[in-house]
Design a protein. Structure first.
Length: 319
């Protein structure tokens, strides 16, 4: 049969939400952080301040993380209409978030190693200079956090509507936000440690606070890695009730039975599914899809329906 107009059966595969605001805000934070990084490195070398120079290098890791976030948005947007990406480019953001989480974890490990080294081999601390550096870093992080805050809270209108689903935010932006907050927490701990050392002589607090900061950063990095790998490895998210609602929607006629079900995430709150159904009197695939229309997060559903011969049983599962 030749179809003169197959457009009715065609649809796009761009399931990526509009992240233009998040991309723009992340670019602003990238520029702000890069400027701070260059200033600290240049003035650290000029004034022979290792504290300033070291913090500038530390800022460089966050510049790299923000660059990863911006590039993930860019490539996702650029290739949105590329048919070679079978289910769209939504995973660019997840890949960016995963990479940022690895960078964040690396920062935490370096901090832990340096803190342990300082506990074993204490060094003289230039308190006044270090406090100024930590305060400057904190100010930059507070401004950056305010820029990214709205996007991080994920004001998406396509969240899961039905009970049992937790809203899934833009993990790419969340990774950038976590970098900023982690650095702010580090700056606060450093300021507290430096003040205690300057005024009370508690010199070991600097290294102890460094270990505390590295533990916090490590926990956040691990959380991000877990969230992103669930999506990158096409695993059904913990707590998701999609398998249940799909089975209820299709098997509620008493004749149909799902024998194979695959669900994976293709974007923020966007899922695809392949469903194999057997029934004594199978419906047309469109009828099964219609039963799942209420679940707006299911953006791509493939149905395979097969006949189950009668053997004196009323249930398809008796085939």
């Amino acid at each position: 049969m030749h179809l003169t107009d197959p457009s009715r059966w065609k649809h796009g595969h761009d399931f990526t939400a509009d992240f233009s605001a998040a991309e723009k805000n992340t670019r602003r934070v990238l520029i702000l952080t890069a400027a701070m990084m260059l200033a600290e490195i240049i003035f650290g070398l000029k004034f022979h301040s290792m504290a300033l120079f070291a913090d500038g290098l530390h800022m460089g890791t966050h510049v790299a993380a923000f660059l990863i976030t911006v590039l993930a948005y860019f490539f996702s947007r650029r290739h949105a209409a590329d048919a070679s990406f079978s289910f769209g480019t939504g995973k660019f953001g997840m890949l960016g978030a995963f990479t940022s989480a690895i960078v964040l974890g690396g920062v935490g490990l370096v901090m832990a190693g340096e803190s342990i080294s300082r506990l074993i081999h204490p060094l003289a601390i230039q308190f006044n200079q270090a406090i100024v550096v930590a305060c400057l870093g904190l100010a930059v992080n507070v401004v950056s956090a305010l820029i990214l805050k709205d996007g991080h809270h994920g004001h998406h209108h396509d969240r899961h509507r039905h009970e049992g689903h937790e809203p899934s935010h833009d993990l790419n932006l969340r990774a950038a936000y976590v970098h900023v907050v982690a650095d702010a927490i580090t700056s606060l701990l450093a300021i507290a440690a430096l003040l205690s050392g300057k005024f009370f002589g508690w010199y070991g607090m600097d290294a102890i606070m460094g270990l505390a900061g590295s533990a916090i950063i490590g926990q956040w990095a691990y959380s991000l890695v877990r969230q992103t790998t669930v999506i990158l490895l096409d695993r059904i998210p913990d707590g998701s009730d999609l398998p249940v609602v799909i089975r209820e929607g299709i098997e509620n006629d008493g004749d149909s039975l799902i024998t194979d079900l695959h669900i994976w995430q293709v974007g923020v709150n966007k899922f695809a599914a392949i469903v194999k159904v057997i029934a004594h009197h199978p419906k047309a695939p469109d009828q099964y899809r219609q039963a799942l229309k209420i679940h707006e997060e299911l953006v791509h559903v493939t149905i395979e329906a097969q006949i189950c011969p009668q053997h004196g049983h009323s249930r398809a599962g008796a085939c």
